[in-house]
Design a protein around this ligand. Structure first.
Ligand code: FES
Length: 282
Protein backbone atom coordinates (compact mmCIF):
# COMPACT_ATOMS: atom_id res chain seq x y z
CA UNK A 1 0.00 0.00 0.00
CA UNK A 2 1.22 3.49 -0.81
CA UNK A 3 2.53 5.39 2.22
CA UNK A 4 0.03 8.23 1.84
CA UNK A 5 -2.84 5.75 1.84
CA UNK A 6 -1.39 4.09 4.89
CA UNK A 7 -1.19 7.43 6.70
CA UNK A 8 -4.74 8.32 5.66
CA UNK A 9 -5.96 4.93 6.87
CA UNK A 10 -4.21 5.30 10.24
CA UNK A 11 -5.61 8.81 10.78
CA UNK A 12 -9.04 7.59 9.70
CA UNK A 13 -8.93 4.80 12.28
CA UNK A 14 -7.91 7.34 14.90
CA UNK A 15 -10.77 9.71 14.05
CA UNK A 16 -13.40 6.96 14.00
CA UNK A 17 -12.13 5.45 17.25
CA UNK A 18 -12.19 8.83 18.99
CA UNK A 19 -15.73 9.52 17.80
CA UNK A 20 -16.83 6.03 18.87
CA UNK A 21 -15.22 6.58 22.26
CA UNK A 22 -17.23 9.75 22.82
CA UNK A 23 -20.43 7.98 21.72
CA UNK A 24 -19.80 5.00 24.03
CA UNK A 25 -19.11 7.34 26.95
CA UNK A 26 -22.26 9.41 26.35
CA UNK A 27 -24.32 6.23 25.96
CA UNK A 28 -23.42 5.04 29.43
CA UNK A 29 -19.85 3.84 29.16
CA UNK A 30 -18.08 0.52 29.06
CA UNK A 31 -14.61 0.63 30.59
CA UNK A 32 -13.12 -2.15 28.46
CA UNK A 33 -14.54 -0.87 25.19
CA UNK A 34 -13.48 2.68 26.04
CA UNK A 35 -9.97 1.45 26.74
CA UNK A 36 -9.85 -0.40 23.42
CA UNK A 37 -11.11 2.63 21.48
CA UNK A 38 -8.70 4.95 23.23
CA UNK A 39 -5.87 2.58 22.32
CA UNK A 40 -6.97 2.57 18.68
CA UNK A 41 -7.28 6.36 18.63
CA UNK A 42 -3.81 6.87 20.06
CA UNK A 43 -2.31 4.03 18.07
CA UNK A 44 -3.81 5.24 14.79
CA UNK A 45 -2.54 8.75 15.31
CA UNK A 46 0.89 7.55 16.32
CA UNK A 47 1.16 5.06 13.44
CA UNK A 48 0.10 7.71 10.93
CA UNK A 49 2.70 10.16 12.18
CA UNK A 50 5.42 7.51 12.14
CA UNK A 51 4.64 6.38 8.59
CA UNK A 52 4.45 9.97 7.43
CA UNK A 53 7.80 10.78 8.97
CA UNK A 54 9.61 7.70 7.78
CA UNK A 55 8.06 7.05 4.38
CA UNK A 56 6.98 10.44 3.10
CA UNK A 57 9.38 12.97 4.57
CA UNK A 58 12.57 10.99 4.11
CA UNK A 59 12.09 9.32 0.80
CA UNK A 60 15.30 8.88 -1.12
CA UNK A 61 15.67 11.53 -3.77
CA UNK A 62 16.30 10.07 -7.21
CA UNK A 63 17.21 12.35 -10.06
CA UNK A 64 16.83 11.20 -13.56
CA UNK A 65 18.28 13.04 -16.48
CA UNK A 66 15.78 13.86 -19.10
CA UNK A 67 15.89 15.66 -22.34
CA UNK A 68 14.69 19.20 -22.98
CA UNK A 69 10.98 19.60 -23.44
CA UNK A 70 9.99 21.25 -26.62
CA UNK A 71 8.77 24.59 -25.26
CA UNK A 72 8.46 26.77 -22.16
CA UNK A 73 4.69 26.25 -22.10
CA UNK A 74 5.02 22.51 -22.17
CA UNK A 75 7.66 22.61 -19.42
CA UNK A 76 5.48 24.65 -17.08
CA UNK A 77 2.48 22.49 -17.85
CA UNK A 78 4.47 19.40 -17.00
CA UNK A 79 5.73 20.99 -13.76
CA UNK A 80 2.17 21.83 -12.67
CA UNK A 81 1.07 18.35 -13.46
CA UNK A 82 3.84 16.96 -11.27
CA UNK A 83 3.38 19.37 -8.35
CA UNK A 84 -0.37 19.42 -8.02
CA UNK A 85 -0.99 15.87 -6.74
CA UNK A 86 1.75 16.23 -4.17
CA UNK A 87 0.26 19.45 -2.83
CA UNK A 88 -3.21 17.97 -2.79
CA UNK A 89 -1.95 14.85 -1.06
CA UNK A 90 -0.12 16.81 1.60
CA UNK A 91 -2.96 19.17 2.34
CA UNK A 92 -5.31 16.22 2.60
CA UNK A 93 -3.00 14.48 5.06
CA UNK A 94 -2.56 17.67 7.08
CA UNK A 95 -6.33 18.01 7.34
CA UNK A 96 -6.62 14.42 8.45
CA UNK A 97 -3.91 14.93 11.05
CA UNK A 98 -5.73 17.98 12.42
CA UNK A 99 -9.00 16.05 12.44
CA UNK A 100 -7.46 13.08 14.23
CA UNK A 101 -5.81 15.35 16.81
CA UNK A 102 -9.05 17.28 17.39
CA UNK A 103 -11.24 14.24 17.87
CA UNK A 104 -8.63 12.64 20.09
CA UNK A 105 -8.50 15.81 22.22
CA UNK A 106 -12.29 15.64 22.56
CA UNK A 107 -12.03 11.99 23.60
CA UNK A 108 -9.32 12.79 26.13
CA UNK A 109 -11.66 15.33 27.78
CA UNK A 110 -13.76 12.36 28.94
CA UNK A 111 -11.66 11.64 32.05
CA UNK A 112 -12.08 15.28 33.09
CA UNK A 113 -15.86 14.98 32.70
CA UNK A 114 -15.79 11.88 34.87
CA UNK A 115 -14.23 13.68 37.82
CA UNK A 116 -17.65 14.76 39.06
CA UNK A 117 -18.54 17.86 41.06
CA UNK A 118 -16.08 19.65 43.31
CA UNK A 119 -16.19 18.31 46.85
CA UNK A 120 -16.45 21.81 48.30
CA UNK A 121 -16.60 21.83 52.11
CA UNK A 122 -17.83 18.24 52.33
CA UNK A 123 -14.28 17.04 52.99
CA UNK A 124 -13.87 19.49 55.86
CA UNK A 125 -17.24 19.00 57.54
CA UNK A 126 -19.20 16.01 58.80
CA UNK A 127 -22.91 15.62 59.66
CA UNK A 128 -22.24 16.60 63.25
CA UNK A 129 -23.83 19.93 64.10
CA UNK A 130 -24.73 21.59 67.38
CA UNK A 131 -27.73 19.92 69.02
CA UNK A 132 -27.42 16.54 67.21
CA UNK A 133 -27.92 13.70 69.65
CA UNK A 134 -25.44 10.86 69.80
CA UNK A 135 -27.20 7.59 68.92
CA UNK A 136 -26.02 3.98 68.96
CA UNK A 137 -26.09 1.56 66.02
CA UNK A 138 -29.81 0.99 66.60
CA UNK A 139 -30.52 4.70 66.50
CA UNK A 140 -31.18 5.02 70.24
CA UNK A 141 -29.95 8.17 71.97
CA UNK A 142 -27.25 7.64 74.57
CA UNK A 143 -27.11 8.90 78.14
CA UNK A 144 -23.76 9.46 79.88
CA UNK A 145 -24.53 6.82 82.51
CA UNK A 146 -24.97 4.22 79.73
CA UNK A 147 -21.35 4.65 78.64
CA UNK A 148 -19.23 2.04 80.41
CA UNK A 149 -15.76 2.91 81.69
CA UNK A 150 -13.10 0.73 80.08
CA UNK A 151 -15.19 0.00 76.98
CA UNK A 152 -15.82 1.79 73.70
CA UNK A 153 -18.94 2.10 71.63
CA UNK A 154 -19.60 3.60 68.21
CA UNK A 155 -22.14 6.37 67.87
CA UNK A 156 -23.50 8.48 65.02
CA UNK A 157 -25.49 11.70 64.68
CA UNK A 158 -29.22 11.11 65.18
CA UNK A 159 -30.79 10.23 61.83
CA UNK A 160 -27.37 9.55 60.25
CA UNK A 161 -26.55 6.04 61.46
CA UNK A 162 -23.90 4.62 59.13
CA UNK A 163 -22.52 8.00 57.97
CA UNK A 164 -18.89 7.00 57.41
CA UNK A 165 -17.25 10.36 58.12
CA UNK A 166 -19.28 10.96 61.29
CA UNK A 167 -18.63 7.66 63.08
CA UNK A 168 -17.45 8.39 66.58
CA UNK A 169 -15.88 6.33 69.35
CA UNK A 170 -17.46 7.03 72.72
CA UNK A 171 -15.71 6.18 75.97
CA UNK A 172 -15.67 7.18 79.62
CA UNK A 173 -12.74 8.11 81.86
CA UNK A 174 -12.22 9.66 85.27
CA UNK A 175 -12.84 13.41 84.71
CA UNK A 176 -10.05 14.21 87.18
CA UNK A 177 -7.49 12.50 84.91
CA UNK A 178 -8.32 14.59 81.84
CA UNK A 179 -5.64 16.86 80.36
CA UNK A 180 -7.55 18.14 77.35
CA UNK A 181 -6.19 21.05 75.29
CA UNK A 182 -7.21 24.54 76.33
CA UNK A 183 -10.74 25.39 75.32
CA UNK A 184 -12.05 21.85 75.59
CA UNK A 185 -12.75 21.84 79.31
CA UNK A 186 -16.51 21.39 78.71
CA UNK A 187 -16.21 18.77 75.96
CA UNK A 188 -16.31 15.70 78.22
CA UNK A 189 -19.43 15.76 80.45
CA UNK A 190 -19.10 13.24 83.30
CA UNK A 191 -15.85 12.03 81.72
CA UNK A 192 -17.52 10.95 78.45
CA UNK A 193 -15.30 11.58 75.43
CA UNK A 194 -16.03 11.32 71.72
CA UNK A 195 -13.32 10.90 69.07
CA UNK A 196 -13.47 10.33 65.34
CA UNK A 197 -13.21 6.63 64.61
CA UNK A 198 -11.22 7.26 61.41
CA UNK A 199 -7.48 6.93 61.92
CA UNK A 200 -5.51 10.01 60.90
CA UNK A 201 -2.80 7.86 59.35
CA UNK A 202 -4.58 5.97 56.57
CA UNK A 203 -8.21 5.90 57.56
CA UNK A 204 -8.64 2.52 59.26
CA UNK A 205 -11.26 2.32 62.03
CA UNK A 206 -9.77 3.04 65.45
CA UNK A 207 -11.78 0.56 67.46
CA UNK A 208 -9.48 -0.89 70.11
CA UNK A 209 -9.19 0.64 73.57
CA UNK A 210 -6.40 0.01 76.05
CA UNK A 211 -8.17 1.11 79.24
CA UNK A 212 -5.19 0.85 81.59
CA UNK A 213 -3.17 3.37 79.54
CA UNK A 214 -6.20 5.29 78.23
CA UNK A 215 -5.16 4.79 74.62
CA UNK A 216 -7.14 4.15 71.48
CA UNK A 217 -5.35 1.76 69.14
CA UNK A 218 -5.57 1.47 65.37
CA UNK A 219 -5.08 -2.17 64.32
CA UNK A 220 -3.73 -1.38 60.86
CA UNK A 221 -0.31 0.06 61.73
CA UNK A 222 -0.53 0.26 65.52
CA UNK A 223 -0.94 4.00 65.89
CA UNK A 224 -2.07 4.83 69.41
CA UNK A 225 -3.85 7.95 70.63
CA UNK A 226 -4.02 9.33 74.17
CA UNK A 227 -7.68 9.96 74.96
CA UNK A 228 -6.88 11.96 78.09
CA UNK A 229 -4.85 14.50 76.08
CA UNK A 230 -7.21 15.25 73.22
CA UNK A 231 -6.36 12.21 71.10
CA UNK A 232 -2.65 13.05 70.75
CA UNK A 233 -0.74 10.31 68.89
CA UNK A 234 1.74 8.54 71.17
CA UNK A 235 3.01 5.75 68.94
CA UNK A 236 2.95 4.65 65.31
CA UNK A 237 2.84 6.46 61.98
CA UNK A 238 -0.13 8.77 62.65
CA UNK A 239 1.10 12.31 63.29
CA UNK A 240 -2.22 14.10 63.79
CA UNK A 241 -4.46 13.79 66.84
CA UNK A 242 -7.80 12.06 66.51
CA UNK A 243 -10.37 14.83 65.99
CA UNK A 244 -12.46 15.24 69.14
CA UNK A 245 -16.22 15.74 69.14
CA UNK A 246 -17.46 18.45 71.50
CA UNK A 247 -20.38 17.03 73.50
CA UNK A 248 -22.66 18.01 76.36
CA UNK A 249 -25.79 16.68 78.06
CA UNK A 250 -29.12 18.16 76.94
CA UNK A 251 -32.01 19.01 79.27
CA UNK A 252 -33.45 15.50 78.82
CA UNK A 253 -30.24 13.84 79.90
CA UNK A 254 -29.01 12.68 76.48
CA UNK A 255 -25.58 13.29 74.98
CA UNK A 256 -25.58 15.88 72.17
CA UNK A 257 -22.87 17.41 70.03
CA UNK A 258 -22.17 21.10 70.41
CA UNK A 259 -20.56 21.30 66.98
CA UNK A 260 -18.44 19.41 64.46
CA UNK A 261 -15.13 17.66 65.19
CA UNK A 262 -12.16 19.74 66.26
CA UNK A 263 -10.44 19.09 62.89
CA UNK A 264 -11.26 17.46 59.53
CA UNK A 265 -11.47 13.71 59.98
CA UNK A 266 -9.31 11.09 58.30
CA UNK A 267 -5.89 11.15 56.70
CA UNK A 268 -6.40 13.47 53.73
CA UNK A 269 -5.93 16.97 55.10
CA UNK A 270 -2.34 17.22 56.12
CA UNK A 271 -1.89 20.90 55.46
CA UNK A 272 -4.56 21.83 52.98
CA UNK A 273 -6.12 25.25 52.95
CA UNK A 274 -9.89 25.63 53.14
CA UNK A 275 -11.80 27.93 50.77
CA UNK A 276 -11.57 30.65 53.39
CA UNK A 277 -7.81 30.30 53.43
CA UNK A 278 -7.63 28.89 56.95
CA UNK A 279 -5.15 26.17 57.73
CA UNK A 280 -7.54 23.35 58.52
CA UNK A 281 -4.90 20.95 59.70
CA UNK A 282 -3.01 23.19 62.06
S1 FES B 1 -4.35 3.44 59.39
FE1 FES B 1 -4.19 3.62 61.51
S2 FES B 1 -2.13 3.35 61.89
FE2 FES B 1 -2.24 3.22 59.76
Amino acid sequence: MKPERLVALAFGVSVLSSLALVIVYVAGGDAQLEGLLLGLALGGLGAGVVVWATRLLHEDVAIEERGQLSSEAERSEAAEALDEPDLTRRSMLVRMLIGASGTLAAALAIPALSLGPRPGQSLFRTRWIAGKRLVDLDGNPVRPEQVQAGAVQTVFPEGEVGAADAQTVLLKVDPAALQLPAGREEWAPEGVLGYSKICTHAGCPVGLYRAESHELLCPCHQSTFDVLRGGEPTFGPADRPLPQLPIEVDDQGFLVATGDFSEPVGPGFWNLQSDEGEDQAS
